[in-house]
Design a protein around this ligand. Structure first.
Ligand SMILES: [Zn+2]
Length: 220
């Protein structure tokens, strides 16, 4: 199940920019703990919001724009919208089990759930699944990916082998969950998925050093 997102993310960001009328950096995230946060530095505003807002109607969007400009305004429609969609996000989390998480050697779901609790206060609602292998052969270039459009993390089935340590699979899952949480930052018109902040948080993973060492020693 996916939430109904009638808008394209890029068009949405433009829409908000126009409505707010300020210099704005906007990141769509999958962190369901903080639905919307606004940070001001001089004339610049940085906004992070859950991608559920892609489904917001114009009346809600207008309140969101007001909220970004002036955080203390009243936002009854925005609150209602968040409440309603929080429920949908939770339902989505429960139905996630239908994805193919149990591989031959590694099961992604318990890994995902443990990391979600430990590092994200359970706030990541993305689905997770093994990717499809093409005719038994898998390309190992991309170990994992996160799609903001479908809110799904895909892990390369290449990693579903005995010789791949569990902590390494967990590291790849954590990396993709960080993408879900942080969204894709846009700086000077260029999209940077691995910002300095991303790299900083990546190192917080308890098996980060071990995973890097294993990768350096030959890895996959
Ligand atoms: Zn990445």
């Amino acid at each position: 199940m996916t939430l109904p997102f009638p808008r394209d993310a890029a068009a949405f960001v433009e829409e908000i920019r126009e409505a707010v009328g300020m210099e704005l950096s906007l990141v769509l995230t999958d962190n369901a703990v903080t639905m919307i946060s606004v940070r001001r530095a001089g004339k610049k505003v940085s906004v992070r919001m859950h991608h559920m807002f892609l489904a917001a109607c114009p009346a809600v969007m207008s309140e969101v724009a007001d909220f970004i400009r002036e955080t203390r305004v009243k936002t009854p429609l925005m609150r209602d919208f968040i409440k309603k969609h929080e429920g949908l996000v939770k339902k989505q989390q429960q139905r996630r089990v239908s994805c193919a998480t149990a591989g031959r050697c590694h099961d992604l779901l318990p890994v995902f759930d443990a990391i979600n609790q430990e590092y994200f206060s359970g706030g990541i609602s993305a689905g997770i699944t093994w990717g499809r292998s093409c005719g038994g052969r898998v390309r190992k270039r991309t170990l994992g990916s996160y799609s903001c459009r479908t809110n799904t993390i895909r892990i390369n089935p290449f990693l579903d082998r005995k010789r791949i340590p569990g902590y390494y699979v967990a590291y790849v899952v954590y990396h993709e969950m960080l993408h879900a949480d942080m969204g894709v930052e846009e700086r000077n018109g260029r999209r940077s998925a691995h910002s300095r902040e991303f790299r900083r948080r990546e190192r917080l993973f308890r098996h980060y050093e071990k995973a890097m060492a294993w990768e350096k020693a030959g890895g996959c």
